[in-house]
Each structure stands twice: as structure tokens, then as C-alpha cells.
Design a protein around this ligand. Structure first.
Ligand code: FA5
Length: 345
């Protein structure tokens, strides 16, 4: 009788172990059949009532049931653990075929690109590149350029003063004076100086209170207005192509004599007139002229022996003309949709 009960218990336990799908239920089964208060123990408690001959026989069956159930439990436990590990691993697998997250692409600002293009052009003509301070002295920004204190022409450039003697440079021209002062006067000075400049201008489509300039200076014996014109012509053709018109207008700067301004025909309206060119068909991109004798003299050059020319151009306006940008403020408001148009791989 007991043997049959034990056999039935084994069959039932093995069936349950076979069906179970999680480790927790498996543990419950172990407790239910083999635990201290479990089914097997309950049956074995009745062993006392058996005869001497029956006891070892039943004992043997009971041991075999315990062993078989224990083995089945252990095997199932291993199987469930392995399955759990595999599930975990497959969940954590990295799918290398997924497309990557796009990395934001960057590139030089359009003004940097224009400045570098102009630098390359002038390096090709034998110019050096120099840099000067943005916080400048009144002396270099004005006085050394033939603009003594209270000179009315100082009003041409509305200035951000820091102290009476220090200011934010209003143009890159102070580098004319600095470059000449540093020269040992035995060699020609041939340099360009790009950089940021500041003016208390009211911002509009073509004016910004902070913009860029590139100064150019060539001092030597026998430098003529023809050299200046030839240089500007070469620059204009390289920058804008043969089809764009150029004009030189007589102008005034205290540090050059004679002085000119150079205009380029407007690309936005092809010379018809629009808000970019203030309905004139032309945009002014640079001021230039022959070095004023006073400026040469203040920097230690004898104006009877040396002559020179200088120019100051606005890369912002040049970029506007080259690419048909209709508002200078686009360069400074950092709208990524605007800036990325000028990134080329
Ligand atoms: C000057 O600044 C002179 N230093 C240029 C010069 C150098 C003349 C050497 C002679 C010899 P002007 O103020 O015109 O000149 O400015 C020169 C250029 O800077 C202009 O032609 C224009 O292209 C640009 N510019 C001037 N003001 C602004 C502004 N507010 N915003 C953007 N570009 C400007």
C-alpha cells in the first residue's frame, strides 16, 4: 500500500516539476514534497506501523523516490537558471546594425571662411598676417593715424570708450601704426590684419555694432596709387569674379591722402536697387588710400623717401555680396539653419 502511495507521489511530483516554468514555483514544489512538513515525510511517518520485513523494502522505495524527485528538481533548477541567463543576455545585446545617432556637424563660421580666403589671397601676394589688440589705446586708434584729440573726423566712428585713454578699436587701422613702429625700416612693410572691431552704430541690414575688418598696409620706396588700384582689382576679381562691377569713389580718411572708397555692384538686386544696397545698386566694402605723410612720419619713416598705401575692408559686407545674404545680423545671431548652409563636408 505504502509503496503504491510513494510511487503515486513520485509520478505526481515529477509531472509538476516538468510543468513548472519559474524558479519560485519550483522551490514551492520542493518544500511541498520534500520539506519537513512535506508529503513524503507525511507518508514515512506511517512506517512505524509496518512489519519488520516490510520496513526495509518500503524504506528503499522511499529513498529512491526522494532521490528521483531531488534529481528532477535540481535538473529543472539548472535549466530554469540557464534560460533566465539567456533571456537576460539577449535583452542586453547591442544591435550593431541600428543606425547611429547623428553627431552635430560643425565647421568654420562663414566670416572665418571669408577671412581665410582673403588671407590666402594676400599671402600669395607676399603679405604677412598680423594681429592686434581689440582693446586699444586712444593713441593708436586715433592719434597715430593723424586724428589728434578733438579732431572733428573722430566723429566718423562712434566709439565705445573704456577709460579716457582706452577704447574698443573702431577699425583695424591702429595696426598700420603698430606695424610701422615695429619695423626696423630697412625692409618694406607688407601686412594684412584681420580682426573684430566695435562701433556705436545702430544695427540695420548692413551695419552691426561689432563686425570684422581686414587692414592692409604696404610701405616701401616708390609705392604708387597704381599699385593700390592693381592690388584692389586683383582682390576683387578673385573674390567676386569677373562679372561683378567695381567702382572707386574719391573719399576722405585723415590717415590717407588721397583717399578712396570701393563699391561692388549689389548681388541681391543685380544693381537695380534693394534694401541691402539702400536702393543705390552698390555696396561699399572698403576704404583705402595713400599713406598720409604725417602718419609715416609719426611712425619714424621719412615721407620724402617712403610712400605706401593702406586699405580697410569689411569681410561681413564681402560675405553678404558673395553669397547674397540680405542682413548682416544673420552673422551674429547664430541661427544654426543659417550657419550650416556654409558647411561643406
Ligand atoms: C575705416 O574703418 C578705415 N579704417 C578704412 C581705411 C583703412 C581707410 C586704411 C583708408 C586706409 P570705414 O569706416 O569706411 O573706414 O570702414 C571700412 C569698411 O568697414 C567699410 O567699407 C565697410 O565694409 C565696413 N564697415 C564699416 N562700418 C560697418 C558696420 N557698422 N557694420 C559692418 N561693416 C562696416
Amino acid at each position: 500500500m505504502m509503496q503504491e502511495e510513494l510511487k503515486a507521489l513520485e509520478v505526481e511530483a515529477l509531472q509538476k516539476i516538468k510543468e513548472v516554468t519559474d524558479e519560485r514555483s519550483l522551490q514551492d514544489i520542493r518544500v511541498h514534497y520534500l520539506g519537513k512538513k512535506g508529503a513524503l515525510t507525511a507518508i514515512l511517518r506511517g512506517m512505524g506501523k509496518l512489519s519488520k520485513e516490510e520496513r526495509p523494502v518500503v524504506g528503499e522505495v522511499a529513498n529512491s523516490v526522494r532521490e528521483n524527485v531531488t534529481a528532477a528538481l535540481d535538473a529543472k533548477k539548472t535549466k530554469l537558471e540557464k534560460a533566465a541567463l539567456e533571456a537576460q543576455l539577449s535583452k542586453e545585446t547591442i544591435d550593431v546594425t541600428l543606425p547611429g545617432r547623428p553627431v552635430a556637424e560643425s565647421g568654420p563660421h562663414i566670416l572665418t571662411q571669408i577671412i581665410e580666403e582673403i588671407e590666402d589671397l594676400f599671402i600669395g601676394m607676399g603679405y604677412e598676417i598680423k594681429e592686434g589688440p581689440e582693446v586699444e589705446t586712444d593713441y593708436f586708434n586715433f592719434e597715430a593715424l593723424n586724428l589728434p584729440k578733438n579732431h572733428p573726423a573722430r566723429d566718423m566712428q562712434d566709439t565705445f570708450y573704456i577709460t579716457n585713454e582706452l577704447l574698443l578699436r573702431t577699425h583695424t587701422s591702429p595696426m598700420q601704426a603698430r606695424a610701422m613702429q615695429h619695423s626696423d625700416k630697412s625692409q618694406p612693410v607688407k601686412m594684412i590684419c584681420p580682426g573684430k572691431v566695435y562701433r556705436r552704430d545702430t544695427d540695420d541690414a548692413t551695419h552691426s555694432h561689432q563686425f570684422t575688418q581686414i587692414e592692409g598696409l604696404y610701405v616701401d620706396r616708390n609705392v604708387t596709387m597704381g599699385d593700390l588700384k592693381g592690388t584692389l582689382d586683383r582682390f576683387s576679381k578673385a573674390m567676386f569674379g569677373q562679372d561683378r562691377e567695381i567702382r572707386l569713389r574719391p573719399s576722405f580718411f585723415p590717415f590717407t591722402e588721397p583717399s578712396v572708397e570701393m563699391d561692388i555692384s549689389c548681388k541681391s538686386c543685380h544693381g537695380k536697387g534693394c534694401s541691402v544696397c539702400k536702393h543705390t545698386g552698390w555696396i561699399e566694402i572698403l576704404g583705402a588710400g595713400m599713406m598720409h605723410p604725417n602718419v609715416l612720419e609719426m611712425a619714424g619713416y621719412d615721407p620724402k623717401e617712403f610712400t605706401g598705401f593702406a586699405f580697410g575692408m569689411g569681410p561681413d559686407r564681402i560675405a553678404m555680396l558673395k553669397y547674397g545674404v540680405n542682413d548682416i545680423r544673420h552673422f551674429y545671431t547664430n541661427d544654426i539653419r543659417f550657419l550650416t548652409q556654409f558647411h561643406h563636408g
